[in-house]
Ligand binder design. Structure first.
Ligand SMILES: Cc1cc2nc3c(=O)[nH]c(=O)nc-3n(C[C@H](O)[C@H](O)[C@H](O)COP(=O)(O)O)c2cc1C
Length: 277
């Protein structure tokens, strides 16, 4: 079971702070929220890759330039990372229109060169792809499977939605099955999986929500506050991070009222009062 990349949420500080809970839930690996593969950016300077983790980490990159991807992958490989992942699923129109994230599904020639580069640098069976069923239609990825099948990919994670759907609406299990049937590599299911889960799945929001269901959720929040204070400058950034986490719990009865207070907290003292510890 793989912990999904949720930018701003399942970040390194989260993974370190909740390492026990992550392990207990049955995760054996985490894919990092995307790291941008553009320009001269050094992936090793990214906070995501600073180490000190208790779970196997697969760095994820977003980009469309094979040469830049190559440089990034060589850097992380040199630092000891064995696996890496390419983001071909990010649905945001700004990203997609520039041909990154899910936009790669519409530029097969670029996707092909990115996969070629990834497999070549990381080696057979060490590079993976995280994607969606398509941009507008649920059969677009299916049409690309002959291309994907040519590469010795570690696996393909398929979020069973189109980019147009963003994060809502039903997942399309039939379209997912159609991909699995023709895939030459392992296919990992992703989308709305609740815990406990088993098998080859990637879980994101379901795990974050499950943390909020716990009796000790309030102490978990305060643990995250302490860890974030160590890492970030200023209360404002810490508050932003914590609010992002607690926003996943707003439908949980015990947190509904607390969330209303948490979201307006403007200092850490107010936050502590709102959380009730
Ligand atoms: C806030 C947020 C941030 C996300 N960031 C990333 C990301 O950096 N890379 C990526 O591949 N997917 C990202 N995703 C998509 C998730 O990894 C996952 O595919 C999606 O949430 C569906 O799985 P879930 O229902 O288990 O959460 C993000 C999703 C959300 C809600």
């Amino acid at each position: 079971m793989i912990l999904a990349p949720l930018r701003g949420v399942t970040i390194r500080c989260f993974r370190r702070t909740f390492a026990t809970e992550i392990a207990e839930a049955g995760f054996d690996e985490a894919v990092t929220p995307f790291i941008t593969a553009t320009g001269e950016y050094d992936p090793l300077s990214d906070r995501e890759l600073k180490g000190g983790e208790f779970i196997r980490i697969t760095p994820q990159f977003i980009g469309k330039d094979p040469l830049v991807l190559r440089r990034c992958l060589e850097r992380i490989k040199g630092a000891g990372f064995v696996t890496a992942d390419l983001n071909a699923g990010c649905p945001f129109p700004m990203v997609r229109r520039k041909g990154r994230g899910s936009g790669l599904l519409r530029t097969p020639d670029v996707l092909e060169r990115m996969l070629e580069t990834g497999c070549e640098v990381m080696g057979d069976g060490n590079f993976s792809l995280k994607t969606r069923l398509g941009v507008e239609r649920a059969d677009e990825l299916l049409g690309l499977m002959p291309l994907l099948n040519r590469f010795p990919l570690r696996f393909v994670v398929v979020h069973a939605r189109t980019a147009r759907q963003m994060y809502d609406g039903d997942c399309d299990l039939r379209a997912f099955k159609a991909i699995k049937e023709v895939a030459a590599m392992p296919v990992v299911y992703n989308g709305d999986v609740a815990l406990p889960a088993e098998g080859s799945v990637m879980v994101g929001r379901g795990f974050v929500r499950a943390l909020g269901e716990r009796d000790d959720a309030d102490t978990l929040v305060m643990r995250y506050v302490e860890a974030s204070v160590q890492e970030l400058f200023g209360e404002r950034s810490v508050l932003g991070r914590i609010k992002e986490l607690v926003s996943y719990w707003k439908e949980i009865p015990k947190w509904r009222r607390r969330w209303n207070l948490v979201k307006i907290a403007s200092t850490l003292d107010e936050l502590r009062l709102a959380v009730g510890v």
